[in-house]
Design a protein around this ligand. Structure first.
Ligand SMILES: [Zn+2]
Length: 223
């Protein structure tokens, strides 16, 4: 397996192409927007037909390229139905002149615990509401990787002040669900660099209030 990251659109979103065995691949959060970005990402496929598009959530910076991939390759686009309403919100921002994604694609809904097999890899759906109600993480335990979207970043967590964001849900999703996984799992977030669940659990400042601190031993003044 190999993973390539492409930083695209005005929000510097990470589009990932995962290359599996035998000339197969899958695309996670295709946010490519400009012709140049589309050209670079599609060229990276080197003639492969992606088997699916995996969306971590419905925010536009993660979705710009979804319609084009489905149109080109006739492949499923997997997303939680809980985020259809965040997509419905595109119309509200379009009037401010923001370029919104082409919504001419069909969403194949996914639920917590579902498994999608693509590029010879089993991706398990872990629902992680908070940043958006339909945010999910795509966990591939056989590869020791997880695509965390805008739920968990290296050194930060996703903002919850956008429409339908819920801070308490976000913390619960991270602490109860992600931190229960193998700490060696490498995270591939929707923005910024990679990390591991273990490192984030120990050092992410946004999670610190929710971690039990090791007790500091009392100083023994007689020693
Ligand atoms: Zn987002």
């Amino acid at each position: 397996m190999e993973i390539k990251k492409f930083v695209v659109n005005m929000l510097q979103e990470n589009t990932y192409v995962v290359y599996g065995e035998g000339y197969s691949c899958v695309v996670v959060d295709p946010g490519f927007l400009s012709d140049e970005e589309a050209r670079i990402v599609l060229a990276s496929l080197e003639g492969r037909k992606p088997e699916a598009v995996l969306l971590t959530h419905g925010h536009m910076d993660h979705v710009y390229g979804a319609a084009r991939l489905q149109r080109n390759y006739g492949i499923p686009v997997y997303m939680s139905e809980e985020d259809v309403k965040t997509m419905d919100y595109y119309d509200r921002v379009a009037k401010f002149g923001i370029k919104v994604p082409d919504r001419n694609f069909t969403v194949t809904p996914i639920l917590d615990g579902d498994t999608v097999s693509a590029a010879g890899i089993s991706f398990k759906v872990i629902t992680t509401p908070g940043h958006s109600p339909g945010s999910v993480c795509w966990y591939a335990p056989s590869e020791g990787i997880i695509f965390t979207g805008d739920t968990l970043f290296a050194g930060a967590i996703g903002r919850t002040d956008l429409i339908y964001g819920e801070y308490d849900d976000e913390i619960r999703s991270i602490m109860d669900k992600l931190m229960a996984l193998d700490p060696a799992t490498v995270i591939y977030p929707g923005h910024g660099g990679t990390s591991t669940l273990g490192v984030e659990g120990a050092t992410n400042p946004f999670l610190e209030p929710f971690n039990e601190r090791e007790e500091i031993p009392e100083l023994n003044e007689n020693v």
